[in-house]
Write a protein that binds this ligand. Structure first.
Ligand code: ADP
Length: 402
């Protein structure tokens, strides 16, 4: 099936065009500066032909039209006409308490997604615009929503409930939702295949470490806990996000610095993490370079991450009553050997042993990092969220046609 996978942001629309029979991406691209002026960067992957243009994109519908034109272009496109686009799959950041799995877009689904605006104000509006854009340009093509929160919906109440008055949960739906669920689901699924035993018997910790980072405990193929919370600010230190801090720090800094709630939110989301601790950069590559030059605050930033990952591994192993495998994925997980080695250092007592030389040399490709003596397997598994979105979309749309 030909599936267009769309990731709509406030001023951008990223896309990948999948042929699900081969699992290959045949074209991909990005529309940027929607609502400002507009630029498309497109690549046909079979021929390697590219197309870049500055075109007016006043809204997501116009951007969608431009994407469809690129996909159907005889020179750098990949299909003859719009009729060959069989389905659209959207990445959706937050499904609130309403969505446990991927769904077909219907008017009822849009109504429920509207209710998620408060939970992900920066993302939900743009998603809705992306869906509306596709509906306008391709009214007869079925659309599917795949939620970053859905895989985490299996958490038990003691893992997702915060110790605040129950009315806050009832009134505002404040609870742990988690994030990066599509990535955790993909790598956990791949890890289950690699373990070669029934999914129900597996205990896996998945570490999605990128600009935003989250760690999940996946027992029997289902998430039982995850490090991100109501929002993607919770959990471990990130590029510019603080992760979990003593909640009293929030009011303390607000009072001392005279910050409004919006300023405090901006501070915690954009000024903390690697950037705030190191004073250098939010990017792990810059942090690594600075460590190489002997910068102590850069080393501290990375040590905080390693220590926090180690603590999550310990606590999630306890929560699951054992551990079969640890997976590292996303930008840092796939590329930064210092983090993988640092996080696992001293965990020999848990039966975790990695091949240090192999760990140092490998980047971005499927690799078993643990030694044959290691009781717990450790793997680098490159994530592929778009493939999950394309597969879910295909499955839902095929079921419709039956
Ligand atoms: P996002 O959360 O934006 O999707 P990524 O998963 O792309 O983030 O991860 C970005 C992080 O991965 C950055 O801190 C970056 O420094 C780090 N990283 C380290 N090495 C590489 C590399 N070779 N390529 C891409 N990112 C890398």
């Amino acid at each position: 099936m030909n599936v267009l996978v769309v990731n709509a942001g406030s001023s951008s629309l990223k896309y990948q065009f999948f042929d699900t029979t081969t699992g290959n991406v045949v074209a991909k691209g990005n529309c940027e500066r929607i609502g400002l002026d507009g630029k498309i960067t497109h690549k046909q992957l079979l021929s390697g032909k590219t197309y870049t243009a500055e075109l007016a994109m006043p809204n997501h519908a116009v951007a969608t039209r431009i994407v469809v034109d690129a996909l159907t272009n005889p020179e750098y496109g990949c299909v003859k006409s719009m009729d060959e686009i069989e389905a659209v799959g959207h990445r959706v950041v937050h499904g609130g308490p309403y969505f446990f799995e991927s769904v077909l877009v219907t008017p009822e689904v849009i109504e429920k997604l509207e209710l998620c605006r408060d939970l992900a104000p920066l993302h939900t509006g743009p998603h809705l615009m992306g869906i509306a854009g596709c509906t306008e340009v391709m009214p007869n093509v079925p659309q599917v929503l795949v939620f970053d929160t859905a895989f985490h919906q299996t958490m038990p109440a003691e893992a997702y409930y915060y110790p605040i008055p129950y009315e806050m949960y009832e009134k505002y739906k404040i609870r742990r939702y988690g994030a990066h669920g599509t990535s955790h689901r993909y790598v956990a699924g791949e890890m289950i295949k690699l373990l070669g035993k029934p999914a129900e018997e597996t205990k896996i910790i998945t570490c999605h470490l990128g600009n935003g980072s989250s760690i999940s405990a996946v027992k029997g193929g289902k998430v039982i806990d995850t490090s991100m919370g109501l929002t993607p600010l919770d959990g471990v230190i990130m590029g510019t996000r603080c992760g979990a801090i003593d909640p009293a720090i929030v009011t303390f800094i607000m009072e001392k610095e005279g910050f409004t709630p919006a300023q405090m939110s901006d501070f915690m989301n954009k000024k903390c993490g690697f950037l705030g601790v190191s004073g250098i950069s939010s990017d792990c590559r810059d942090i690594e370079n600075a460590i190489g030059e002997g910068n102590e605050r850069a080393a501290l930033a990375l040590n905080i991450l390693n220590y926090q990952i180690k603590k999550f591994i310990g606590s999630y192993t306890a929560a699951m009553g054992g551990l079969d495998a640890i997976v590292f994925t996303a930008g840092i997980g796939e590329n930064t050997s210092l983090v993988r080695a640092g996080a696992l250092e001293g965990l020999g007592f848990m039966g975790i042993e990695i091949d240090k030389e192999l760990n140092n040399s490998v980047r971005g490709k499927l690799t078993k990092l643990s030694t044959d003596n290691s009781k717990v397997q450790v793997w680098l598994i490159p994530t592929n969220e778009e493939l999950v979105i394309a597969s879910d979309t295909e499955a839902i749309v095929k079921a419709l046609n039956k």
